[in-house]
Design a protein around this ligand. Sequence first.
Ligand SMILES: C[S@@+](CC[C@H](N)C(=O)[O-])C[C@H]1O[C@@H](n2cnc3c(N)ncnc32)[C@H](O)[C@@H]1O
Ligand code: SF4
Length: 396
Amino acid sequence: MKTNFSIVWKMLFHNPDFALHTAYSFGKMYKSNIIDRNFYKGKTKELALVYFRITPLCNLRCLMCNQRGVSGVLKGSYAAEESKKLVPIERYFKLVDELKKDNPMYYIWGGEPFLYPNFMDFAEYITQKGSMLSVNTNGTFLEKNAERIVKNKWHALFVSLDGFRDVNDKIRGDGSYDRVIAGFKAINEMKKKYKSHLPYMGIVTTVSNMNYMYLDQLTAAMKEFNLAWHIINLGTYTNDTIIAKQRAYMKEHLDCDIRCLEGFNTGYNEGIDGHKFSEILKKVHALKPGYPIITVPALNPDKTTEYYADLEKIVRHECRVPWCQVNFDYNGNVHFCADYPDYIIGNIMESDFYTIWNGERAQKFRNELKNAPEGIFPGCVRCYQNMLFGKKVKGY
Ligand SMILES: C[S@@+](CC[C@H](N)C(=O)[O-])C[C@H]1O[C@@H](n2cnc3c(N)ncnc32)[C@H](O)[C@@H]1O
Ligand code: SF4
């Protein structure tokens, strides 16, 4: 299974600027982990990647979704209530100006990011300022916005697809597959029209017991869309025991109540047979779709069953995230953990960003994390960010 770094080499040929910037950001991450983590007492001088969970709203209700799915923590009318607190675009413009000195990479997600009012204007502002922009979307609004996306030179699109038509639509809703495909076609047409290789466009699949046996069908269907990668997210499942441990740990060490981990307590990991899944992944690779296939985490195939059946088994440790990454939530809250926004280090509607970034609460979090057993909290054991950037435990 390939590592996430393999994408950089692929990009180098078409877009050295983007490839070098990505490599530079990886460099910052490693530097912050070696130097800042060990010598700056909870502060950091690096900021490589900024996330924006720009809206809690979504037009889909994917079954496994930790936000809007069956166990989602934003389901029902809660998201609509929360959407009244959206950060106004003017504050985002100012924030981009503030962040310029670090020139981080931007990654916008949600909810469904296209549901943020003025989303296209925000994206345009980022690329006009010369920053690298990636967007994670369910792909259902791509067709409508294709021309502006290409004209504005977005750098990367991470489009979620969980299977070929029927499998995908059972999870993500009727008609969603075809809307994504219409989006791919429209983007490719616009790239041709404007003679542009941007945005790089790839798919992200969240593995569950609903789709893992059918991933080869998806790969076979994707060959014609000029994709740049397929990320196979093995999933970030949890259970009652882990949630209880995390609740107690966060209360004791950070005086923080948690609610977000519960969204990943879905049971959609149950019954995933690691041997069968490894065979499917072999088929997926054998189809040679012409783009890198990356599993997150890159996992020793022998350990796949354990990954799904023993959720407490640590496969990555020493989380690096708070030393180089930050997530801005739809209401202006700032936190480190994109998927578990429980511990808030500040709010950009009340303060400038850099006061927050190395403020007292940020330092406390970094120090607690650094001193936690294995360098992670009990609930981080399948965290997607840690699966992407954490240190591999030997054998996994
Ligand atoms: C929450 S969505 C937000 C962006 C956009 N709406 C989309 O679907 O891509 C971000 C990613 O998280 C994935 N995801 C949803 N539920 C998940 C879960 N329970 N575990 C891991 N990933 C999940 C989605 O499939 C998607 O790729
Ligand atoms: S489209 Fe994204 S945010 Fe919306 S329900 Fe599906 S996974 Fe969740």
